[in-house]
Design a protein around this ligand. Structure first.
Ligand SMILES: Nc1ncnc2c1ncn2[C@@H]1O[C@H](COP(=O)(O)OP(=O)(O)OP(=O)(O)O)[C@@H](O)[C@H]1O
Ligand SMILES: [Mg+2]
Length: 143
């Protein structure tokens, strides 16, 4: 069975304020899909951390937000793309506590814990793509 994309929206990340717009768009999408408050907070926090990474470490990029469906389950999938410097040591970046920006280094590892699916592809000198997905919990009212 393949994942169906029911709707999608692409937002550019060109300034710091765009991070807030991505966050708001993800919150609306999650609520419309019937995510509970906890899952909505989780997916919006992950979106904001990943959008912030695009801005801070790559100077900009894009966020593609998708409403997805698989076997009757609904979820949000997000693709964060940039053409920045890439991540030289992905293992270290994902382990947490490592930052090239003198920050806490918890954005990537924290985001990973907040979603159901998490994938990073990064090439030094070319850029980074982070794809994450989170599913709404099964519920009799939200189907
Ligand atoms: N899109 C990206 N492009 C290039 N490097 C990135 C990108 N995202 C993450 N990184 C690298 O991975 C490291 C870890 O990212 P992470 O988000 O965990 O921490 P951080 O952004 O440095 O700090 P914070 O805790 O504030 O998020 C970054 O310091 C940076 O070196
Ligand atoms: Mg970060």
């Amino acid at each position: 069975m393949t994942t169906q994309v029911m709707a999608q929206r692409e937002l550019q990340i060109r300034c710091e304020d765009d991070i807030v717009l991505v966050r708001q768009a993800v919150r609306v999408m999650a609520q419309q899909l019937g995510f509970d408050a906890f899952a909505t907070a989780a997916v919006t926090t992950a979106a904001s951390e990943l959008a912030r990474n695009v801005w801070t470490h790559a100077g900009g990029g894009s966020a593609l937000l998708e409403e997805i469906r698989l076997a009757g389950r609904r979820g949000v999938r997000m693709h964060f793309r940039d053409q920045g410097p890439g991540i030289a040591d992905l293992g270290r970046a994902l382990a947490g506590g490592f930052s090239t920006a003198r920050s806490l280094g918890l954005g990537l590892s924290g985001s990973k814990r907040l979603v159901d699916e998490f994938n990073v592809e990064s090439t030094v000198g070319k850029g980074t793509v982070v794809v994450v997905a989170k599913w709404a919990r099964f519920s009799s009212t939200t189907g």
